[in-house]
Design a protein around this ligand. Sequence first.
Ligand code: TYD
Length: 134
Amino acid sequence: MKDYNTPFIIEFPKIGKSDLGFISIAEKENLPFVPKRIYWTYYTPEDVERGGHSHFDLQQILVAVAGKIEITTELLNGEKKSFILERPNVGLFIPKMCWRTMKYTHNAVQMCIASNEYDEKDYIRDYNVFLETK
Ligand code: TYD
């Protein structure tokens, strides 16, 4: 049984050949939730750290469709991990109640597949509040 309370890497299918190009697909068979929203971030300056929040309910999958993203995650049990995304067919599942930060190369485009619509009330943006949330 997959543990959806901890971050994990998802390898999406990669179809094609280097002389033709590739296609990757996110669909029911390889997604841990039914997506309700997809957004993407780009042109993030290299000295900017994004994220710095967790979500009460939202689950997300981040994909570096271009460039490289360094991600740190922290769970309420204190478990901290870091990940590098730099292959367009690889995503990182981020569970609910997971503090995260992201840094990007200048050419990085981050696609986020999200389990819910945008709701600012679902965010915890204060690290100390996150630590005190049980
Ligand atoms: P945020 O989720 O904090 O970005 P990141 O985790 O990449 O640092 O969102 C940045 C801003 O964009 C914030 O003001 C909220 C707004 N926003 C929306 O209006 N709708 C959305 O779907 C998302 C993801 C963000």
